[in-house]
Design a protein around this ligand. Sequence first.
Ligand code: NAD
Length: 243
Amino acid sequence: MSNRIVIVTGASRGIGAAIARRLSADGYDLALVARNADALAGVAASLPGAGRHLVLPGDVSSYEAVETVVGRVQQELGPVYGLVNNAGITRDGLLVRMSDAAWREVLDVNLTGTFYFTKAVTASMMRQKIGRIVNITSVIGLTGNAGQANYAASKAAVIAFTKSVARELGGRAITCNAVAPGFIETDMTAGLPDAVRAGMLGDIPLKRFGQGEDVAGAVAFLLSQDAAYITGQTLVVDGGMVT
Ligand code: NAD
């Protein structure tokens, strides 16, 4: 596994930090990206593996920032093998009250950020004739959700983007898949009222909320050689909630 370099966006906490720790344990070299430099450095310090890592603060919704980050990864670590587009935000609200800013911000980070990073690594992956792209979507992108029209639209679009990239890059042995988490216990979901949490738990056949590590396992599989013949898929990691 030495010299397999993977970029993880949104790695400063939650699911992204769990993915970083799992991939470090699996022996990858890592480039960790998020907006909060201090939190990123904390995650980097906790990595269990002996691989190299870079901490790269940056905003995924700025193409200039994304190009700079990918350029530094290639210069300081080497050609990128894997990309995990995990950075994401919510700006929830009912449609009638949803501001233009809340709509755009969510689409800019969740969808356009995924496009920017994927575009920035593609040429190099095509030259290497190998690559793994894993996009973190959500079960909300499959089901929709009241109060999350912006988030649901962004995550559904990520699934369609994933399928298109899989078709476009498959000829170069580059796979592109999505992972759709259900309810995962992170800062993103910490603010939900107890009544809402209890209701959701009742809908989960495995009778527990997911952890970042549950998602990280699916990502590690899709990055591995075992998943070399899987592309364009969305792997749902939700304890059975939406099946
Ligand atoms: P989180 O809020 O705990 O972490 C989000 C991460 O994204 C942070 O590292 C943050 O710095 C980074 N980020 C946000 N905007 C960014 C930007 N513009 N540029 C760079 N980095 C940025 O969220 P989480 O729960 O860990 O979610 C991670 C991903 O999983 C998101 O895409 C989210 O939509 C998805 N997801 C989460 C759940 C859940 O239940 N937590 C469920 C389904 C999908």
